[in-house]
Design a protein around this ligand. Structure first.
Ligand code: HEC
Ligand code: HEC
Length: 241
């Protein structure tokens, strides 16, 4: 009796596992196709880079995800200074592509930002110390010399703000967990979100269009919690092969 219960449990577990890994394998095939058709012409078939674009070998998962999530990649033209635009991929495709690109790296850095409930007051102090010199006091963006622009933060989601800190795109320094803890990073992201809502309310008062208010926090977090779960499971599955 005991044995058959155990057998039953094992079968269930195996079924669940194989189902999960088949789903992941399907996603991996989809990602391989997306990579081959949308990225390889510039970044090389295995992320080795080319005259047109830098290698992706060694890129942190968070950076790859950021580039796709903010619509910076795939780049439209060569060597253009990429700015954020609506992503062309779905959240699932972005997760799958990120995982696929990480397979080019022997010891990939897979850590993704951990977002905690943030504190606006602490976030403001940290923002003033670490971010406003480039992005302006209210995150409106500013030129930082040459052709380089620190963009407006007014459309970035909470998660994108966190991703930017953890990846350090182009001229922006990387703020790793030793520089800004998960709590400090979350405080800053929360503060940016608060400023977005404030600016949106002002625009509305002035008769302008209503910008996204609190919506993006909740939606962003929910999408992220699910997305992260799927990505972690996915990375584990492909990691075992
Ligand atoms: C038309 C050429 C082109 C295509 C297509 C393209 N990229 Fe890029 N990519 C670039 C260039 C140029 C850079 C460096 C300049 C920049 O960061 O904007 C870059 C930078 C990146 C970076 C940052 C690398 C680093 O170390 O700075 C990542 C990650 C990235 N691309 C991922 C992708 C992915 C994933 C795809 C496919 C969905 C893709 N790219 C498609 C041209 C391209
Ligand atoms: C030295 C100047 C500099 C500092 C300091 C800096 N950034 Fe940036 N930041 C940039 C630049 C330049 C870019 C654009 C990079 C690109 O296009 O690849 C950027 C991009 C971003 C983006 C992406 C916005 C978008 O268009 O999608 C976010 C979010 C962001 N920064 C947040 C922050 C936060 C939060 C801090 C403070 C912890 C910070 N930055 C500190 C220069 C800076």
């Amino acid at each position: 009796m005991l044995q058959s219960v155990r057998w039953f449990r094992c079968t269930l577990a195996a079924l669940a596992l194989s189902w999960g890994c088949c789903a992941a394998a399907g996603a991996a095939n989809g990602a391989a196709f997306l990579y081959a058709t949308r990225c390889a012409s510039c970044h090389g078939a295995r992320g080795e880079g080319s005259a047109k674009a830098p290698p992706l070998i060694g890129s942190r998962a968070v950076y790859v995800h950021f580039m796709l999530d903010t619509g910076r990649m795939p780049a439209g033209t060569f060597n253009a200074n990429e700015v954020s635009k609506a992503p062309i991929f779905t959240a699932q495709q972005i997760d799958a592509l990120t995982a696929y690109v990480e397979r080019f790296t022997l010891h990939p850095k897979l850590a993704m930002p951990v977002i905690l409930p943030g504190n606006i007051v602490r976030g403001r102090t940290l923002f003033d110390a670490d971010c406003q010199q480039c992005h302006n006091a209210v995150g409106a963006g500013a030129s930082i010399g040459g052709d380089n622009v620190a963009p407006s933060l007014m459309n970035a989601t909470v998660f994108q703000v966190a991703e930017a800190m953890r990846s350090g795109p182009e001229m922006m320094p990387r703020f790793g967990p030793r520089v800004l803890s998960d709590q400090q990073m979350s405080d800053i992201a929360r503060y940016v979100n608060y400023v977005q809502a404030e600016q949106g309310a002002k625009a509305e008062d002035a008769g302008g269009i209503s910008l996204a208010h609190i919506g993006p926090v909740a939606e962003g977090l929910v999408a992220w919690v699910f997305g992260l779960g799927a990505l972690v499971i996915f990375l584990r599955c492909i990691g075992e092969k």
